[in-house]
Design a protein around this ligand. Sequence first.
Ligand SMILES: NC(=O)C1=CN([C@@H]2O[C@H](COP(=O)(O)OP(=O)(O)OC[C@H]3O[C@@H](n4cnc5c(N)ncnc54)[C@H](O)[C@@H]3O)[C@@H](O)[C@H]2O)C=CC1
Ligand SMILES: O=C(O)CCC(=O)C(=O)O
Length: 421
Amino acid sequence: MFGALSKAVGSVCSRQGQAAVTGLGSVTGHQVRRAGHAENTNTFIREALAVLDLPPAMEKIVITPQREMTVELIINRDDGKPESFMGYRVQHDNARGPFKGGLRFHKDADLDDVRSLASLMSFKTALLDVPFGGAKGGITVDTKALSEHEIEKLTRKFVQIFDEYSKFEGYSPGVVTGKPTWLHGSHGRESATGRGTVFGIKNMLQAFGEGPPADKTFAIQGFGNVGAWAGRLLAEQGGIVKAVSDASGCVYDDGPSGIDVPKLLRHLHRGDDLSKYPHGQQLLRDEIFDVKCDVFVPAALGGVITDPVARKISCKYIVEAANGPTTPSADLILRDRGIPVLPDIYTNAGGVTVSFLEWVQNLQNFKWTTEQVNDQLKTRMDEAFQSMWDSSQEHGVPLRTGAFTVSLRRVVRATVNRGFN
Ligand SMILES: NC(=O)C1=CN([C@@H]2O[C@H](COP(=O)(O)OP(=O)(O)OC[C@H]3O[C@@H](n4cnc5c(N)ncnc54)[C@H](O)[C@@H]3O)[C@@H](O)[C@H]2O)C=CC1
Ligand SMILES: O=C(O)CCC(=O)C(=O)O
C-alpha cells in the first residue's frame, strides 16, 4: 500500500502562491547531504556569477530562496502514542516555471540541506531547459525506525499541510510526478536518473576523446535506484564495474569483466545484503574511494568527496550522480589534480527530465512508449551537455561552472523578463 502512496506522492509542481509537496519515488531514501551545504552550493553559484556579466543585485536574487517553511508534523505511532517530526519545504525559484523537486526523508535532513537541494533543482531544470523552477521538501526522520503505515501517515500529513494545489485545481494528475505507470505515471521514470547518468558518462568520455564506456572501469558508491540503474546500463554496454558500495559495505572484483551486475542485483532483490554477496572481494564501505578506476560515480550521499578523499581518490573522472557529493574545497583539489567532474546538476537531471515528460503526457492524456521517453531523455541530456561543454570552453572554466553559467543565464533572463512588480 505504502509503495503505491510513495510513488503517488512522487514529486509535485506548484504555482506561485501555492505551497506544494514533492516526493522522489522512494521514501526510504538514505541519501541526504550533511549540514551546512547550502553555502557549498552558493559557492559554486558565485563562481559562475563571477564569469558572467550580470547586474550585481542578481547574486542575492538568485541565491535567496523565494519561500521557506518549517512545520511540526505530529502523527500517532502504531502503539497509539503521538510523536512529532520536523518538516521543511523550500521553494527556491519559479521564474522559469512551477516549483519542482523531490521530498527527502532522512534522520539528518534539516532546513539547510533542503535549501541547498532546492537551489540545485532550479539550476538543474534550467540546464535541461525543462520549464520548471526548483524546490525541495524534507522530513527529519529515520525511516528505518518507522513502520510502513507510520511513514504513510507522516507523508500524508506533510502533503496535507503543504499541498494546497488540489484544493484549487481539482483532479490534475500532472501535478504529481513519479507516479506508478498504472496510475498516470510515465514509462522510464524509475530508470531515468541512472539512464541519464549513463548518457552523461558517454557524452563526457566522448568529449574528452576517450571513446565509449566499453572496457572502461567504474566504481559506484551507492547502489539504490540511481547507482543500480547506472551500473546495470554500464555493464550492458561493456563497462567494467569493478566496485560497488552501499550502506552495508563494498564489493570489489578486479577480474577482467569486473562484478557480474545482474547477478549482484538478483542477490539484492532477494533481500540479501551487499555485504553478504559471496562473489568478488568484500571491502570496508569507504574503501571504495581507494579503488583504481576510470570513472568514480558517487550515487549515494552529499558531501562525501571531502579534501582527504579528493587527495587520494584514484580515478580519471568523477561523475556526480548524487546531489552535492563534492565540497567546494575538494573540488579545487580535484581541479589541481586534473580530475574532471561531471556536475550533479547535469548528471542526475534525468530524473526531473522524465518527471517533466510525465507531466507532458498527463496534459496530453496520452502515454508514450519506453523508447519514446528514453529517446527524449537522450536528446535533452545531449543538448544540455553541449551547452555546458561550450560554456566551459568559452570561459575556460570547469564543467560545473560551465553548467551553472548556462543555468544562471536562463534563470536570470526569465527573472528579468517577468519583472519585479
Ligand atoms: N532517484 C532519483 O530520481 C534521483 C536521485 N538523486 C540523488 O541520487 C542519490 C541516490 O538516490 P537514490 O538512488 O534515489 O537513493 P536510494 O535510497 O535508492 O539509494 C541510496 C543508496 O546509497 C547507499 N548508501 C547510503 N549511505 C551510504 C554510504 N555511506 N556509502 C555508500 N553507500 C551508501 C544506500 O545503501 C543505497 O544503496 C541521492 O543523492 C539523490 O539525491 C538525484 C536526482 C534524482
Ligand atoms: O523527479 C523529480 O521531479 C524530482 C527530482 C529530484 O528531486 C532531484 O533531481 O533531486
